[in-house]
Ligand binder design. Structure first.
Ligand code: ADP
Length: 255
């Protein structure tokens, strides 16, 4: 049997902002079906790494492969089409749209019309609309948002808004999902709910990489953790291994 390539390979990626080296030859490999944690003190380069992987920043050096295919240099919308989704540290939902419409926008973006659908416009559009609405309902249901479909995101608790953002990222049926501090600002119950959601996403066949400061969540969720400090990978291993690593302890004490 042939072995499939890892879901994500970051090869010696560097990123420089003028004089500042935010990433210095960072390498990591995430296997398919993994939930990988990325941790590190503030300013260690975690978000920059996500921005490079997802095409928001162009790497100064190195390359990124998803599922065996080179994706570095790709524009974010292209990468989202081939199955890479991400969330942002600061929520980016449309405040004027209902939760359901936020999901519909994301679902609508993922489709393209064939020429016959323009010719048979009334038929095609009706069928598409019905399918989109069904998919929106499925997403609402799946992420425990059914009762909030008609609400504006800003009127809902923070934990729910985070869940909407994840549901929206999942609208494109990604193979790889990057979550940037999904537990930031959540209370204990919300973190537990988030943990279940991330696990169910993985169990549905999606590889997950998350940046997270909540060590309890990282410990309970991640098989492996990559630790960044000063733009470099200083440790990688199981949560228990990295927690006892001297370089990691030092990096955090100096934070
Ligand atoms: P983390 O997510 O680990 O807190 P970041 O990736 O946000 O770290 O930042 C790493 C370093 O890169 C920081 O020193 C930060 O100020 C710098 N940096 C990040 N983005 C930019 C940018 N767009 N322009 C200039 N410097 C940046």
């Amino acid at each position: 049997t042939e072995t499939l390539p890892p879901m994500l390979v970051v090869e010696e990626v560097s990123k420089q902002f003028r004089g500042l080296k935010a990433l210095k030859a960072v390498s990591l490999t995430v296997e398919r079906g993994e939930i990988r944690g990325v941790v590190g003190p503030n300013g260690s380069g975690k978000t920059t790494l996500f921005n490079v992987i997802s095409g928001f920043y162009k790497a100064s050096g190195g390359r990124v492969l998803m599922d065996g295919q080179v994706i570095s240099g790709g524009r974010p919308y292209r990468l989202s089409r081939i199955g890479l989704a991400r969330t942002f540290q600061n929520l980016r939902l449309f405040g004027e749209l209902t939760v359901r419409d936020n999901l519909l926008v994301a679902l609508d973006r993922t489709r393209t019309y064939a020429i016959w659908q323009y010719v048979l416009w009334p038929v095609g559009i009706l069928r598409q609309e019905r399918r989109l609405n069904r998919q929106a309902d499925e997403l609402l249901e799946r992420f425990g948002l059914a009762e909030f479909g008609g609400a504006l995101p800003g009127s809902l608790p923070y934990g729910i808004q985070r869940r909407i953002e994840i549901a929206r990222a999942m609208a494109g049926e990604p193979r790889l999902l990057l979550l940037d501090e999904p537990a930031a600002g959540l209370n204990g119950d919300e973190v537990r709910r988030l943990s279940e959601i991330v696990r169910s996403i993985r169990d549905s066949g999606v590889t997950v990489v998350l940046i997270e400061h909540n060590m309890g969540l990282v410990m309970s969720l991640c098989e492996r953790v990559t630790v960044l400090a000063g733009g470099e990978v200083i440790a990688e291993g199981t949560p228990a291994e990295v927690a006892h690593d001297h370089a990691v302890i030092e990096a955090y004490l100096g934070d």
